[in-house]
Each structure stands twice: as C-alpha cells, then as structure tokens.
Design a protein around this ligand. Structure first.
Ligand SMILES: Cc1ncc(COP(=O)(O)O)c(C=O)c1O
Length: 393
C-alpha cells in the first residue's frame, strides 16, 4: 500500500507522514498494525465530534438510504441542506441569515469574494499578511505569504495587504475597497488572536467607506473557541461569514452566509452568479446538520474553555515558550523549528498525533476533537512533556 501511495497518489510534500489508517473512533485513529494514536489534531480542526460519532454516522446512513445526489445546487428542495441553513441562521446574529453551501472552504471564500465584488461594484480586496484562506486561485490571491504563492502568479489583481492587528493600516481601507477579508483568529500565522477592539475598528472603517467585511471562520468556527463562532468574542459581526471544516463533522463542506438582500444578488442579473454541482450534497448536509445540532445542544463549547485551562495547566515546560489561541484552537510555540519537528515526529512514534501550522515553523498544533475527555488530554499532554524532556536532555 505504501509504495502505491507514493506512486499513484499525488503528494503535497516530499515527506508525508504516511501513516496507514485502518479505522478511527472517538479521539483515536488506528493504523493497520492496530496501533492506537490519540488525536490532538482532529483532521486539522475538521472533526469537532471526534471520529465516527454515532449521531453523525447515523445521520449519514439514513440519508444514504433515502437519496444521494439528485440535482445541481439550488434547484430542488432537499431537507438536510434546508435544515442546515436554517439552523445556522437560528444561531447567527442579524443580518446573517442566508447560506450558500459549497464543497470546501476555499470555494466558499471564492463565493464570498465574488459576492463582495458584485454587491459593491468595486474590485479592490484587502487581506492580511500571513493570512490563509485556501488554495484555489482567488483564495490564494488573498493568502498573505508570498513564498507559497509566487510560483503561481499572475493571481487576482487589485489585492492589497495590511498587517493583522495594526490600527494605522486600516487607513488603506478606502472607498475603492470592495471588501476586507480576515480570519477571525489567524490560523496559519500561528493562532494569532485579534487584539481587543481590532475587529470592531475594522468593522467601523468598512462601514465608513462602504466596504464589506468577510470573516473567515473555517477554522475557529463551529464551537472550537468556546463559542459557536469566533467573532462572538470580539463584538464584531461580518457582512459575510465563511465556514467549513468542522461544520461537516468529518465530511467535505464550506459555506458562506450573508443577509438575504446580499445573497440574493447572486441569483439574478446575471442569473447563476455562483454555481456548483455538488455543493449542499444531501449526505454531507445530513452530517453537518447532525454535527451542528450536537454542538449547539450539548455543553461542548463551554467545556472547550475548561479543557483549554487543563491543557495550559499541564503543558508547562522550559521548551514551551508560549501557548497561543483560544479554547481548543491552541498552538505551542517552541524555541526552534528543529524542536517543533522533533516533538511532532517523536510524539507520533509514541502514539500522539500533533501537526504543524502553515507559516509559523515553531508552532505545534493542538486542535483535538471537542469531545476529547480530560483523561485523554492528561495522557496526551504527559506524552508531550516526556518527549520535551528527552529533547532537552
Ligand atoms: C482559515 C482557513 N480558510 C480556508 C481554508 C480552506 O479550506 P479548505 O481546505 O476546505 O478548502 C482553511 C483550511 O485549512 C483555513 O484554515
């Protein structure tokens, strides 16, 4: 299997982890030798209820028995997609009420950028340095990391970058700006939170110049930071909210949500302003609906903040310089890239899954399922401390 993996499946790095998966359940992934790995990554924040949560699996199975794909997006009334969009609206502040479902986060970003251009009639997009919004051409154009995108130029024109958390930079948002796109908490940059009133100030500046504010909650959204959406911590409501990853409960999804007035612009003049064959797929939507129901009806979000406290209490070590982030979106910062690499690789040998962040080489990702137990957290953190001890000595 391993040689076929390298021969036939396209690789994304020269050195993939190449763990061969047998099955997964709860907070554990099992390889084909039946070794159990405690998962502190949750498919890069995409499995908030852990692996194969029974409510999610049952929702998928019942939908499999009813119907699969029946029509391109938006033409037929399909209960899982309608109920999912309604549940999102019921959990969002006004004016966010109408949702467009896509197959991935990056597609939702593309839709959001198009909607902002359509609504304002302007072309300029302002994004942040070290931002990550996905890998299709539009999303890559608003990626704030030249090293990863220079090989793919030319990208979208009229994209400009500001520094996240810099208030003087807000002056660059003007009456020429169609939209400002920001991650509510910068992920790839190293889990950088907005300073206290930063997002509110961005909101005010956008209002003053007639630009739209897009917040990318693909990673912090769906309960990971202790609230359903990260923006709820920062007193700032976007014009367009983009979600994905955890929303699918382990299935591929993206979504962008705006007011009905804004979203309706995509349906006419010209019609078919944004189309997709499989977006809103009934099986995916059923999985997402079950996931969102569980997260909004349980106390998992509140527990995420308690679990954060436990992790911060357990992860005290001279090689941990800082722990960034909120809730169960945390990153350990070590003194060097080498230490980060050793920690991640050695923990995997010891049966604990950790991972890197895109643009911060000293960061170690800790984004476990929200369902992780305190015992599992304690076990995983003790492996991290043991490995750091061996690295230190
Ligand atoms: C903040 C953010 N935006 C967008 C994306 C892209 O989502 P997808 O990989 O589903 O296209 C990601 C994925 O890592 C992300 O973390």
């Amino acid at each position: 299997m391993k040689s076929d993996f390298f021969k036939y499946q396209a690789q994304t790095t020269p050195h993939p982890l190449a763990m061969e998966i047998s099955h997964a359940s709860g907070s554990y992934i099992y390889d084909t030798k039946n070794k159990a790995y405690l998962d502190f990554v949750a498919g890069v924040s995409a499995c908030p209820l852990g692996h194969n949560h029974p409510k999610v699996v049952n929702a998928i199975k019942s939908q499999l028995d009813a119907y699969l794909h029946v029509m391109v997006y938006g033409e037929y009334i399909q209960k899982p997609a309608v109920e999912l969009a309604k549940l999102l609206a019921n959990n969002l502040p006004s004016p966010l009420e109408k949702t467009y479902l896509t197959n991935s986060g990056t597609e939702a970003i593309e839709g959001a950028l198009k909607l902002a251009k359509r609504a304002t009639g302007r072309s300029e997009v302002i994004a942040a340095h070290k931002a990550y919004h996905g890998n299709t051409i539009g999303s890559m154009s608003v990626m704030g990391f030249e090293e990863r995108k220079q090989a793919y130029r030319p990208l979208l024109p009229d994209v400009h970058f500001i520094t996240f958390n810099s208030e003087p930079d807000l002056e660059h948002i003007t009456t020429k700006t169609a939209c400002v796109i920001l991650e509510t908490i910068q992920g790839g940059a190293g889990f950088i939170e907005p300073q206290k009133s930063y997002l509110k100030k961005v909101r005010n500046r956008c209002d003053a110049v007639g630009a739209l504010l897009i917040l990318d909650e693909i990673q912090p959204g769906i309960g990971r930071t202790g609230k359903l959406f990260g923006f709820e911590h920062y007193n700032c409501i976007p014009d367009i909210l983009v979600t994905g990853k955890g929303l699918g409960g382990g299935m591929p999804i993206g979504a962008f949500t705006a007011s009905g007035k804004l979203m309706d612009l995509l349906q006419d003049n010209p019609k078919l302003g944004h189309i997709t064959t499989f977006g809103g797929h009934p099986v995916i939507a059923a999985s997402a609906l079950a996931t969102l129901q569980e997260i909004t009806e349980s106390n998992l979000m509140q527990q995420a903040l308690e679990k954060e406290k436990l992790i911060r209490k357990l992860l005290i070590h001279p090689l941990i310089k800082e722990i960034r982030g909120k809730g169960l979106m945390l990153a350990i910062i070590t003194p060097s890239e080498d230490i980060t690499n050793s920690l991640i690789l050695k923990c995997q040998e010891e049966g604990l899954i950790l991972f890197w962040l895109l643009f911060e080489p000293k960061a170690v990702r800790i984004t476990p399922p929200l369902t992780i137990t305190n015992e599992e957290i304690t076990k995983g953190c003790s492996i991290i401390i043991e490995i750091l001890n061996t690295i230190q000595n």
